[in-house]
Design a protein around this ligand. Structure first.
Ligand code: G1P
Length: 300
């Protein structure tokens, strides 16, 4: 029997964004902009490009700006149309294609990523689903990693996570794969996962990046509510159980990624995407070089 087609993506957006205070005091961190587009829109566009049409946003208090962003802006569209601002009209109208749908559900309490994902179980039911963590912004220019991961799932029926090699001293910031054999064709077979291990306890240096294609079995394990690292319900622990039971693949990313949950990664993403923009790039590039030359002169 062919493997069930993945049609839904779960996007957890309930986090407090404490690393970006005070900006995130009254605004969801997922609405922080990289150039002129909020982080959440990068994730949604990537999933749309990979063929996903249904989204489950797991939200919390103070996140209504996200719902408004994906809603139809009648007054704004009307004003832009009357003023003949057709380019701007397209920017606000094309955010979500007509055949796409968003479901909203709430996490309730901040009990960890696994708890947030399980809040979507009533909507994903017994179907496999994708997960995108909007803090990780991917450059989809060379490849859409999520699309590749969906291909692997549809071919093998096994869950897939995106992964990337990290320096050993950074294993404690990520879920880490316990791999079997060597990486072939960008695929790493995993028999387990460990959430944020110290380098001496890390089974490898392959780290989980915020893109997943998961079987419905994960929801069974998450329903048990077992508390793990950091006293939270960890998605990684459910993945470890699925990997032990049925195997799991890591897809070794070929794409550039920015960790926009971190101030440095966020600034790098802004610079990178700004320098891809036809209007901004020719004006910004000379300034960047001027600043860099100044830093070099001062030996920084
Ligand atoms: C989460 C996961 C971790 C994963 C990371 C990827 O951690 O728990 O396993 O490696 O996302 O971005 P967080 O970054 O939310 O602490």
């Amino acid at each position: 029997m062919a493997n069930a087609k993945v049609t839904k993506a779960v996007i957890p957006v309930a986090g407090l964004g404490t690393r970006f205070l005070p900006a995130t005091k009254a605004m969801p961190k997922e609405m922080l902009t990289v150039v002129a587009k909020p982080l959440i829109q990068y994730a949604v566009e990537e999933a749309l490009e990979a063929g996903i049409r249904e989204f489950v946003f797991v939200t919390g208090r103070g996140k209504s700006a996200i719902e408004n962003h994906f809603d139809k802006p009648y007054e704004l569209s009307d004003t832009l149309a009357k003023k003949g601002k057709m380019h701007e009209l397209e920017l606000v109208e094309k955010i979500l294609p007509k055949d796409a749908r968003i479901y909203y559900t709430r996490q309730g309490e901040p009990k960890g990523l696994g708890h947030a994902i399980h809040a979507a179980a009533g909507i994903t039911r017994d179907e496999p689903f994708a997960v995108l963590l909007p803090d990780d912004v991917m450059c989809t220019g060379s490849e859409n990693a999520l699309a590749k991961m969906l291909d692997i799932y549809h071919e093998t029926g096994k869950s897939v996570c995106l992964c990337e090699e990290v320096p050993m001293e950074r294993t404690s910031q990520y879920g880490i794969l316990d791999v079997v054999g060597s990486v072939e064709n960008r695929r790493a077979a995993a028999k387990g996962f460990v959430e944020k291990p110290k380098p001496e306890k890390a089974p490898s240096n392959l780290a989980v990046i915020g893109r997943y294609v998961l079987t419905a079995r994960h929801m069974d394990f998450l329903a048990e509510g077992t508390v793990g690292a950091g006293n939270e319900i960890q998605l990684t622990d459910a993945m470890a159980k699925v990997a032990a039971e049925n195997g799991f693949f890591g897809y070794v990313s070929a794409s550039k990624r920015f960790d926009c949950g971190d101030k440095v990664g966020f600034q790098m993403a802004n610079l990178y995407f700004a320098l891809q923009d036809d209007y901004i790039a020719p004006l910004l590039a000379p300034y960047v070089l001027e600043v860099a030359a100044g830093l070099e002169r001062r030996g920084k």
